[in-house]
Design a protein around this ligand. Sequence first.
Ligand SMILES: [Zn+2]
Length: 245
Amino acid sequence: MERRLQRLSWLEFQRLVPNEIDTVILPVGTVEAHGSACLGVDNFIPETIADGIAEEINALIAPTVNYGITRSLYRYPGGSTITPDTFKLYVAEILASLADHRFRNVILLNGHGGNNATLKAAALEWHHQYPGNIAVIHWWELCADVTKEVYGHAGGHAGTDETAMVIAIDPALADKDSFSPDLAYAFKPGADVYPVPGTILLGEESVGLPDFDVDKARGYREKVCAKVAEFVADVIERWRQSGLA
Ligand SMILES: [Zn+2]
C-alpha cells in the first residue's frame, strides 16, 4: 500500500489513522557538502530507510524535513543551515501536528549529526506535552555494528556508510569519478576548525573512506533497514506491553 502521507487524500488518511496505522516516520536531514557525493545525502538516507521499513512496522512516512543545522561545513558551496532555536520550534510544531492528527508513535529518523542534540531536545519536550511515544534514531550510530560487519571498519561523514547508502539508491549520487582521498580530513583532538578543512570527515586517518561497490552497498542498505526495523518494532512492542501504545 501507499505509505507516503503526502500521496494520500484526507479521506484515506481518516480511514487509516489511527485505526489501522498509528505510527509515523519523520525523516530529517540537511543540505550539506559530502565529498564527491550529492548535497542531499542526509535527506536521501533517512528517506530510503523509511521506505525500507514502513511496511514492516506498519507506518506512514511524513514529508522529510530537508533543512537542518549545518555547522562546520556550512561555507562549502550549496549548503544551508537553520539556527538551532528556529529548527527546534519548526520540528516541534511538525510533531504537534502529527500528534493532533492522532499518530500514537513517532519515529524521528535523523540523517545528520548536527541535528542530534536539537532533535533530542524537541522530542523530550513533545514527550512531556503529548501522551504519544517518540523515538529519535541516528541511523549511522544505531547501525555502526552493521558498518563494521559489512566493511570491516567504522564509517564517517561522507565516508563508507553514507556513501554506501546513497549509491544503493543511485550510483550517480556519489560521483565516483570526482572522488579523491584528498577530500578527506581526520579529526584531530585539541582543534576546532571552521570551516572544517575537508568534506569527508573521519575519526581516524584513512579509515572509513567511500567504497563504490554498488552490490555491496545494496546489501549494506538491506542490513541497515533490517536493523532499524527490528529496533523500532521492538520499541513499539515494549510500549504496547506497557500500555503506552
Ligand atoms: Zn551526512
